[in-house]
Design a protein around this ligand. Structure first.
Ligand SMILES: [Zn+2]
Ligand SMILES: [Zn+2]
Length: 351
């Protein structure tokens, strides 16, 4: 079968590899439909030295080592069931939950944050197999079935939408709330849809980049350019001067964090999903006097996948205008273009 195999820094080859034939107890073999690529693949491709989990040494939990098939945003169709798999059939379509192993013993694992486990292993990175290949064997428990109304193409968007969705879950937003979303990259788009799916109609999206702003506006979002427009005035207008109930920082810069925090109404909650490279400063007295909460959000849970699939079946999501399709042979071009800032979301068509 064909697969995109990562050998090392800026060395990703589309080549013939053996098709996985062993489907163990509790596992399924999946014929991949689509596999998305995102910042994670860019990170691995350009800066593998910063990703120590991917190396020549076998991963302690999964045994995976270089060369590694990439791709962790995966949809596909079951072609074979291992022994003892119940409730699934060949022909079932689904999205694959890529985080397949964590140590179960560290503080992060024991406190319900396995995404932060140092041994967290993900398909397409440091567990055997990846979505950028024709077939993949995974545990059946990682397969989230898609209903009739949800296409394989949408199915591959479940994982990239899940980070933003989880940030909305962490914001504890409920129907009728107002929200400020700072940052409209792929995580921001996921958060915006997360708000919509939960019945939050009053959402203001702040994004300085013109292309990103236009992309999310085309999905129906109300947008603002925080550099050239008055964000505080826009929040006041949206909320009759009260401030928003929740805010999400999906940008990761000091100015973004500050405006998200300062837009909150008393008792409001800021969900922080962006990876800040630098420490931020904030008005602690304001947090104290407003009894404001700041909640971190990392990765996603299996329940987030099911909730997104349910929202997709209601027609909440659209891939119109912000998702580009490419072939497996074009995967390196696609990575280079994303790196150059062209486009925002790429799906590789496999099956
Ligand atoms: Zn991703
Ligand atoms: Zn752990």
């Amino acid at each position: 079968m064909k697969a995109a195999v990562f050998y090392g820094k800026e060395d990703l080859r589309v080549e013939e590899v053996p098709e996985p034939t062993e489907v163990g107890p509790g596992q399924i073999k999946v014929k991949v439909g689509y596999a998305g690529i995102c910042g994670s693949e860019l990170h691995i491709y350009y800066y593998p030295e910063l990703v120590p989990q991917i190396s020549d040494t076998p991963h302690p939990l999964t045994g995976a080592k270089l060369p590694q098939i990439l791709g962790h945003e995966i949809s596909g169709t079951i072609v074979e069931l291992g022994e003892g798999v119940e409730g699934l059939e060949p022909g079932d379509r689904g999205a694959v939950f890529p985080m397949v192993a964590s140590c179960g013993e560290c503080s992060a694992c024991r406190h319900g944050v396995p995404a932060t486990c140092k041994l967290m292993a993900s398909v397409g990175a440091n567990a055997p197999g990846g979505g950028l290949s024709e077939y993949l064997v995974v545990d059946a428990s990682k397969f989230h079935r898609l209903p009739e109304e949800v296409s394989l193409r949408m199915g591959a968007l479940v994982e990239p939408m899940a980070v933003g969705w989880h940030a909305v879950v962490r914001s504890e937003a409920k129907a009728g709330d107002s929200a400020l979303l700072v940052g409209a990259g792929p995580v921001g788009i996921g958060a915006w849809y997360g708000f919509r799916a939960r019945g939050i109609e009053k959402v203001l999206v702040s994004e300085p980049n013109e292309d990103r702003r236009a992309a999310i506006a085309a999905l129906g979002a109300t947008v603002i350019d925080p550099v050239n427009e008055d964000l505080a005035a826009a929040v006041a207008k949206l909320t009759d001067g009260e401030g928003v109930s929740v805010a999400i920082d999906a940008a990761g810069a000091q100015a973004a964090f500050t405006s998200a925090l300062e837009s909150l109404a008393p008792g409001g909650r800021l969900s922080l999903v962006a990876m800040h490279e630098q420490p931020v400063q904030f008005n602690a007295a304001g947090v104290m006097l407003g009894q404001t909460e700041i909640a971190g959000s990392v990765g996603y849970d299996p329940e987030d996948f099911d909730a997104i699939i349910e929202a997709m079946s209601r027609g909440v999501y659209s891939a119109e205008g912000w998702v580009a399709d490419r072939e497996l042979e074009e995967v390196v071009d696609a990575i280079e273009e994303l790196h150059a800032g062209i486009g925002s979301k790429v799906l590789i068509r496999i099956g």
